[in-house]
Design a protein around this ligand. Sequence first.
Ligand SMILES: Nc1ncnc2c1ncn2[C@@H]1O[C@H](COP(=O)(O)OP(=O)(O)O)[C@@H](O)[C@H]1O
Ligand SMILES: [Mg+2]
Length: 259
Amino acid sequence: MSEVITVTNQKGGVGKTTVTAALVCGLRQRGARVLGIDLDPQGNLAFSLGLDIGGSDTIYDVLKGAKSPYEAIAHTEYGDVLSSDIMLSAAEAEFTSPRREFMLHQLISSLKADYDFFIIDTPPALNLLTINAYVASTGLIIPMEAEVLSLVGISQIQDTVEAVRASFNPDLKVIGLLFNKFNARLTLSREVLEMAEEVAAQLGSRVLPAKIRRGVDVAMAPAHGQSVLTYKPSSKPAADLMEVVNIIAGPRFPAPERR
Ligand SMILES: Nc1ncnc2c1ncn2[C@@H]1O[C@H](COP(=O)(O)OP(=O)(O)O)[C@@H](O)[C@H]1O
Ligand SMILES: [Mg+2]
């Protein structure tokens, strides 16, 4: 059965695209069939995985019905991607069908035989696109920085999760809160960690044991068209992201044995 995982937080700059790119690349390295889907009109995911952007068919063309997904999916060295661009920002106004919350769900259902994992990058918003992602998902990962204000934002995500569970997708799980740009030596991080455990519990979830440390290689990797996992596999953030890949890959796609 394929898993559909959305990386979400309505706050920008918390690491959604970074985590999505790492999951696409890392799960593929394990031999899983993975499709990365960019629902952010800023279109950063495809760029981060080395695709030339502009001119190619996007998720917008597919949702509109103008292209088949097979025409729009790009195959890169690091994984398959359905890219996005600024046109997608028209979605809220343009897609008005009564089942408009299910557009992505339908699309993914039609591709389930082809992929083990769908990893969805989302915009920094809680809008129709985000709802589509939650409706289509088996699980959510919520990257965040270890700051008190970030926790306040999580309660808004919680409202959306509960609304989607009530109306559209009762099985929606929150896989976990994922600390990014983490510095374990800061007392603040530790205090926030305790508070985050409480917030996670309210979502029926947990703070993931993997925490992503800050490292300049993460910010450099997109310029090289690849995830930090392949750009600097020896870096601390890459090791941390690999732990996240382990959690998601599970026993079906184990890490190759170390020699
Ligand atoms: N662990 C990290 N260490 C250093 N820089 C990071 C880390 N995670 C993300 N960044 C950088 O922070 C910025 C925002 O990350 P990004 O993944 O684009 O966030 P989002 O998609 O949530 O807006 C990017 O420049 C990215 O390279
Ligand atoms: Mg992003």
